[in-house]
Structures are given as structure tokens and as C-alpha cells.
Design a protein around this ligand. Structure first.
Ligand SMILES: Nc1ncnc2c1ncn2[C@@H]1O[C@H](COP(=O)(O)OS(=O)(=O)O)[C@@H](OP(=O)(O)O)[C@H]1O
Length: 396
């Protein structure tokens, strides 16, 4: 009797396993099929042009830039491209907020393909390392009012001001009279405090002392128009990426992403009409910058023709497919930087091994990616330098 029961249990288990395996294979096959259909454009476009693989991405703070950096990290990693990495081990930026210098980059005697970690724009050294003729210069901007709210609250800028700390709405109090509060700062402005006025122009290289001069601001924006091949906008993230894909001869697969670094709802502040107006006045340079590049983006999209919107649709479908394939439903948190929690993801169990690597890398923050590129380089150098690689002339 016992034997019979055991036999029955084994048979049932085998059936369940077979059923699970079949269902999993079917799902995974359907995913591949749907995915390939969505990527139909990719095959055609890549046969007609040569993909761009030399990119300087000027990573601005709190603009969706970590999501773009993740896309670039994966693109370069899968093709073994060369990354410009910070010279200091464990650093994940190029001595930001100092203007970028060549000596901040790990020198491996080879021209890098991609720079995508925080660096402050500095024309000469950047052009030297990433010649304009062969490189595409890209950056991303965000609507200035929402951007300033995010900068102020994410970096908790009130902590630098004795007279702001105890208010329930320090942002509004600061905006009431920014100059008054800034004058009271009794130490040199450092780190994120540099982002207190026209944060995007500052990151793009305009020094603080010029931020109030309308003529300089206007001329500087004109200069940036010459410098950057593509200025993405966070509010039109997908449109910007599809434009990048088309201009850089990439595929839809190359630009897939999951939104990274999103604050928890309780950390976001709904700002009043008054605060919005004050931010607009205070950051007039960023407002002008955003408006200029908003017009440029839509002009570029218009020139792409109707095929652009077909691509956009395919891209959004492919993103949905990828989300279903990789991510578990629910609310999760992650801590990309010490002391700061943001929305995160949990991966589904039983993802195929090929997809597992992609899904894992899609949710990977810039810090582990820098370490990943660094150790890949070290391993490559060890292999090339290895004594075993020296030609053996004795057998000739
Ligand atoms: N794809 C996409 N679309 C729209 N918005 C996006 C996207 N990716 C990131 N985000 C938002 O960008 C904010 C984080 O920006 P960064 O990644 O540049 O931050 S960081 O400077 O690297 O810490 C953060 O904004 P807040 O949520 O307001 O903090 C993210 O929600």
C-alpha cells in the first residue's frame, strides 16, 4: 500500500514538473516571439547605417540621467566598448562639481568610447578625449520648476542654512528671498549647494558668478547649441530615446529601460503656484535653456517624419513586454546612495538565464557598473600582459 502511495506521489510530481517546464518554455518562447516582432525595425535600420559607439553623456543631476547612464552602460558592456572611468577607485563621478579635467580619468592609453558618469562640462579636455568629429555629445534636461523641487528636497539643501532648518516648508521660505539666505552662508559653497541657482546651466559648465548676467546666459546657451548633438528632456523621455535610436543607428532593444532613482511619493513635494513662479524667476537661465532645447527636440522629431511615431509605439510595446518578463508586481525600495531610499524593483523568479542577465543589468545602478567596467578592464589587462601570452619562438 505504502509503495503504491509513493509511486502515485512520484508520478504526480513528475507530471507537475513537466507541466511547469512546458508552461515556462511556452512563456519564454512567446516572449522571444513577441519581442522579435516588436524589434522588426531594428534589423532593417542596422543594415543601412553604422551604429554610433562614441558618446559623451553629460550626466546632469535629478533629470532621469541614471536611467540614461544605465542604457549606455549596457550598450557599451555588451559590445565591450571602452569606458572613461574615474581615476579614484570606488568613485562614481569625475570630481564633480569641479570642471572636468583629463587627470580625473583613469588612463589606459586608449581613447574611450563612452563617458556617462557625473562630470561638469569643460570643453577643452572633453574635446581632447572625445573629439567632436567622431563623438556624439548628449545630455538631458528637466522642466526647471519640478527639477528645482527635486534638487532641493533630495539633497535636503535646507540643512546648510541655520535659518531654514526649522521650517516645515524650507523650500518656500528660501524662495521668498534666496539672496538673503545665500549671503548668510558662512562657508564656501560645496557639493550640491552649487545647484542652488540654475542647476542645469551649472552642470553644463557655466560658472556661478555669471548666473545672473542675462547676456552671458544667452550666449552660453548658444554655445551649448553648438556643443550638443542631442539634448534629451525628461518629460519626453521615450521620444528622446527614440530620437537617439534613430540618429545613432541603434535598435529598440538597445534603448529599453526601467525607470531608476524615482523618489517615494512621500518624499515628493507638491509646490504652490507661488513657489513655481519664484523658481522660474530665480532660475531664469535654466528656464531659457529648457525652452530652447524643448523647441529643438520637437523640431528634430518633426524632421523624422511619421515613421518616428511608429517606432515610439513599437518601443513602448517592447518596454511593456520587458517589464512583464523581468519584474515582479508590487512596491519595492532600494538604496542607490547611502542614506537615500528610492523606488526599486524585484525580479521575477525563473527567468531564463539569458534574460536574467539583461533584467539584472537593467536595474543596476551606476556604482556597481563602474566597478564592473573597472574589473573587466583589469582582467583584460592581466590577460594581455600575462607571460603566457609571449610568443614561443623555440618551436619555429
Ligand atoms: N524614464 C524616466 N521618465 C521620467 N522620469 C524619470 C525617468 N527615469 C528617472 N526619472 C526621474 O529622474 C529623477 C532621478 O534623476 P537622476 O537619475 O538624474 O538622479 S541622480 O542625479 O542620478 O541621483 C527621479 O525624479 P524624482 O522621482 O522626482 O526624484 C526619477 O523619478
Amino acid at each position: 500500500m505504502r509503495r503504491l502511495l509513493l509511486l502515485c506521489m512520484i508520478t504526480v510530481s513528475v507530471f507537475i514538473l513537466i507541466e511547469l517546464f512546458q508552461r515556462y518554455s511556452k512563456e519564454s518562447w512567446e516572449f522571444e516571439k513577441e519581442f522579435q516582432m516588436n524589434l522588426g525595425d531594428a534589423v532593417n535600420s542596422s543594415t543601412r547605417c553604422k551604429p554610433v559607439n562614441k558618446i559623451l553623456f553629460l550626466k546632469t543631476h535629478k533629470t532621469g540621467s541614471s536611467t540614461v547612464t544605465n542604457i549606455l552602460n549596457r550598450y557599451g558592456d555588451s559590445r565591450n566598448l571602452w569606458f572613461a572611468l574615474p581615476v579614484v577607485e570606488n568613485a562614481f563621478h569625475f570630481f564633480w562639481p569641479h570642471p572636468f579635467l583629463l587627470r580625473y580619468v583613469l588612463a589606459f592609453g586608449r581613447q574611450p568610447n563612452i563617458l556617462c558618469n557625473h562630470a561638469r562640462y569643460n570643453k577643452e579636455p572633453m574635446h581632447w578625449l572625445f573629439p567632436k568629429e567622431t563623438t556624439r555629445y548628449v545630455t538631458i534636461l528637466r522642466e526647471p520648476r519640478e527639477h528645482f523641487e527635486c534638487i532641493f528636497n533630495f539633497f535636503k539643501l535646507q540643512r546648510y542654512f541655520d535659518d531654514l532648518r526649522n521650517f516645515s516648508n524650507p523650500l518656500e521660505v528660501f524662495l521668498h528671498n534666496p539672496e538673503f539666505h545665500l549671503e548668510k552662508l558662512n562657508f564656501n559653497v560645496t557639493g550640491p549647494l552649487n545647484l542652488l541657482k540654475n542647476p542645469m546651466l551649472f552642470e553644463l559648465g557655466l560658472d556661478t558668478e555669471h548666473q545672473n548676467d542675462f547676456a552671458v546666459v544667452r550666449n552660453y546657451i548658444h554655445f551649448l547649441q553648438q556643443e550638443f548633438d542631442l539634448v534629451m528632456l525628461m518629460e519626453y523621455f521615450d521620444e528622446s530615446l527614440v530620437l537617439l535610436k534613430r540618429r545613432f543607428c541603434w535598435t529598440i532593444k538597445d534603448i529599453l529601460y526601467f525607470k531608476l532613482n524615482e523618489r517615494r511619493n512621500k518624499d515628493k513635494q507638491n509646490i504652490s503656484k507661488y513657489s513655481k513662479e519664484r523658481i522660474q524667476e530665480w532660475n531664469f537661465g535654466d528656464v531659457l535653456l529648457y525652452n530652447v532645447f524643448n523647441r529643438t527636440l520637437w523640431e528634430m522629431i518633426r524632421r523624422e517624419g511619421p515613421g518616428f511615431f511608429k517606432d515610439l509605439e513599437l518601443f513602448r510595446k517592447a518596454k511593456e513586454t520587458m517589464t512583464k518578463a523581468c519584474l515582479r508586481e508590487g512596491n519595492f525600495l532600494t538604496r542607490p546612495y547611502s542614506g537615500r531610499f528610492v523606488k526599486g524593483y524585484a525580479l521575477k523568479r525563473n527567468i531564463s538565464s539569458e534574460l536574467d542577465d539583461t533584467c539584472n543589468k537593467m536595474i543596476m545602478n551606476e556604482i556597481p557598473f563602474v566597478n564592473h567596467h573597472r574589473s573587466k578592464m583589469v582582467k583584460l589587462f592581466q590577460r594581455i600582459d600575462s607571460a603566457k601570452n609571449r610568443p614561443n619562438f623555440s618551436s619555429l
